[in-house]
Write a protein that binds this ligand. Sequence first.
Ligand SMILES: NC(=O)c1ccc[n+]([C@@H]2O[C@H](COP(=O)([O-])OP(=O)(O)OC[C@H]3O[C@@H](n4cnc5c(N)ncnc54)[C@H](OP(=O)(O)O)[C@@H]3O)[C@@H](O)[C@H]2O)c1
Length: 354
Amino acid sequence: MATNTFLPPIMKAWTFSQPGTHRQVLSQTTVPTPNLPTGDEVLIKIEYAGLSFGDLKTMGLIPSFLRTKNSVPGTDYAGVIIAKGPLAPSKFEIGTEVFGTLETDSKRHGTGALCEYICLSTSSNNIVAPVPSNMTLQEAGAVAIGGLMAMLICKNGGIKEDCGIRMLVHGSSGQCGTAFIQVAKAMGAKEIVATCSTPNFDMVKRLGADVTIDYRKEAPFSEYLAKEYGDRKFDIIVDTVGAQDVYTHSPAFLKDDCVYVNIGDYTNGLFRTVFHWFVNLYWPQWLGGTPRRFIMFGPWETPKVIDPLTKLMADGKIKPVIERTVAFDQVLEGYDVVATKRTRGKVMVKVASS
Ligand SMILES: NC(=O)c1ccc[n+]([C@@H]2O[C@H](COP(=O)([O-])OP(=O)(O)OC[C@H]3O[C@@H](n4cnc5c(N)ncnc54)[C@H](OP(=O)(O)O)[C@@H]3O)[C@@H](O)[C@H]2O)c1
């Protein structure tokens, strides 16, 4: 049931109206506050939002005519329910701390998390989940999209107790990699080989990696993998970097019937990336295509895995890695860090001022 919650008519938000880099197009402004919830909606006062590289991609790529003017970026959030519609499930009481991610369409509609309030339907592809009692709002918000992606990939990849699966996580120290290592280990991966820079070795080992490789020291990297792992190939490779060279050489270190999962990057520029996706997915082997299954992984089915993810969080098996937390007026500085592609875990924004 909706309350008589006092809501200001406008709220602070970061918005952009045309494509470009965050420094070119993003500014702090005010936008109308959402209406009070109806149906199965809940109104959330956002306490923390997470910054992702995906925000920067969509900010730079989606042309103005395909999106709402004054788009608010941001996918991950954590906050408190301050009003609910009459049909919202009973687990979402007013005052419940929740965290989650916003559905992909929010990027096109410009209804992201870098603002003070958000109104979400609890039966849509938006994720709204109660924060486990052993975690703070900030911690739960930092798990969100990375944890969900990791859980989806592990479930689809058949990772479970005694599965015996050995995996390579390429790009293991960022938001997705740090979540992936923990989820895969907790679910039963036998051995995790993780790539990152040497200063991040200790961190990824603490999270569950069995072996660490500095991709910068072992160049050319795919030759190194072929030499080291040619006689004990991996059962799955998860690539958070978008390393085309690693995929095309993967038959030398990935088993025949196994999968190369790319979670999507534009390291080589948009057009080359799209060209590579196309070739990797459709180019036939008899014309020189790489004889390993390639999957471009997206967040489309995340509602299916929020419950098992929340259980792992409640069991203390996932500890979010937070690179830093910036104030709401420092979002540009936060995105500067994300844009380096060298973050250790997640960059968070403290949205609420108290
Ligand atoms: N498809 C989806 O639904 C989805 C969802 C979330 C994210 N994503 C995408 O997934 C990608 C990864 O996101 P993220 O937030 O985890 O990235 P990130 O936080 O920027 O992490 C990248 C990590 O990869 C390592 N790295 C950087 N350059 C590398 C290179 N040339 N070779 C090997 N490793 C390298 C870095 O490790 P060191 O610093 O240790 O060197 C860094 O920690 C992004 O493109 C993001 O947009 C996709």
